[in-house]
Design a protein around this ligand. Structure first.
Ligand SMILES: [Zn+2]
Length: 323
């Protein structure tokens, strides 16, 4: 179960293939299949993307390209290929990376395998059945779907296909500046956080930590300190370019007010950028959050039904993965 979550939820994804494969495996286990041919997998994969792509969300982080799945689904919708030609295309083209790499998280293989591959297809392992038959299995499908939503939302803000996104981007580009080196801010930020990750609340001691932009830099285009926090590298990667839930913004507001109330040297900068009074600053934060939210739509809530702060596996995993 824990390794399943690690595969689906952790790490950087440049496309949505892994998530789609996870959904297919879930479906095969639910149907009691222990072995599937690559052709059956291709059919399930194609059906899933055909449904998913109705929303028109991007499936790849690179904005100038389409995934093979997006390409073949569009060609099928245009009547250029039949369903069986489309499935053949998927079988031959879509699995080159994702099938061998599914069990890899942040460049490390996880010690459990949910399938093995042979010449005919995939053989589902006992581990796959154990995961989906466990009492917590009910949430797994929702987790996979919500990770898929999140990836699409993160990819979307790199796209130029929505007028609103463009307007908001333009708005921030005018006041923005190129990425600066924010590592110099670590001691200041840590003075408040005292070694605790902003997102999971766990100690960062001895682990790789990142300076994170709470509201995505992709949109804001600046490195102003009011928006910077410290987080585990792994937590930062999980959040990626997504907009976090409002609770994290409230946490950020409290943090900034603390710096101002304690006459910290960065107080003047915070007052200058956010406003002279707590009310003005709250208004600024509300307006900024709502503006970005209107473009990104989906927020990052951490992991649904999952509490990293009390999960011992999560702690040990981030320790072992951080290098
Ligand atoms: Zn963390």
């Amino acid at each position: 179960m824990d390794y399943w979550r690690a595969i689906v939820l952790y790490g950087l994804n440049v496309a949505t293939y892994k998530i789609a494969l996870a959904r297919c495996l879930h479906g095969f286990v639910a149907d009691g299949k222990t072995r599937v041919t690559m052709h059956e997998l291709a059919a399930a994969f194609f059906a899933l993307y055909l449904d998913r792509l109705q929303k028109g969300m991007p499936q790849l982080s690179n904005p100038s390209r389409l995934t093979r799945m997006e390409t073949i689904v569009s060609r099928f919708r245009l009547g250029q290929v039949t369903e069986s030609q489309a499935i053949d295309f998927v079988e031959q083209n879509a699995f080159v990376d994702v099938v061998p790499r599914f069990h890899t998280v942040l460049d490390e293989p996880v010690p459990v395998r949910f399938y093995e591959q042979d010449r005919e297809g995939l053989i589902l392992t006992d581990a796959a059945f154990l995961v989906f038959e466990s009492p917590q299995a009910g949430n797994l499908r929702d987790e996979v779907d919500s990770r898929w939503d999140l990836l699409e939302a993160a990819f979307l803000i790199r796209r130029d296909n929505l007028e609103l996104v463009n307007d908001i981007r333009k708005f921030y580009l005018q006041g923005g500046y190129p990425r600066t080196d924010v590592t110099g801010m670590i001691p200041v930020l840590n003075g408040y956080q005292k070694g605790i990750c902003f997102y999971c609340g766990e100690p960062m001691e001895g682990l790789e930590c990142h300076v994170d932009h709470v509201l995505p830099r992709q949109v804001l285009q600046h490195d102003d300190v009011w928006n910077l926090v410290l987080a585990h590298a792994v937590c930062n990667q999980q959040k990626s370019d997504a907009l976090p839930d409002r609770a994290y913004i409230d946490k950020l507001i409290v943090r900034n007010e603390h710096f101002i109330a304690s006459n910290h040297p960065i107080k003047d900068e915070l007052v200058r950028t956010l406003g002279p009074t707590p009310t003005a600053r709250l208004r600024f934060m509300d307006a900024t959050y709502d503006r970005i939210r209107s473009a990104i739509r989906v927020t990052w809530a951490g992991i649904p039904g999952y509490r990293p702060d009390i999960d011992p596996f999560y702690r040990s995993l981030i320790r072992s993965l951080a290098r």
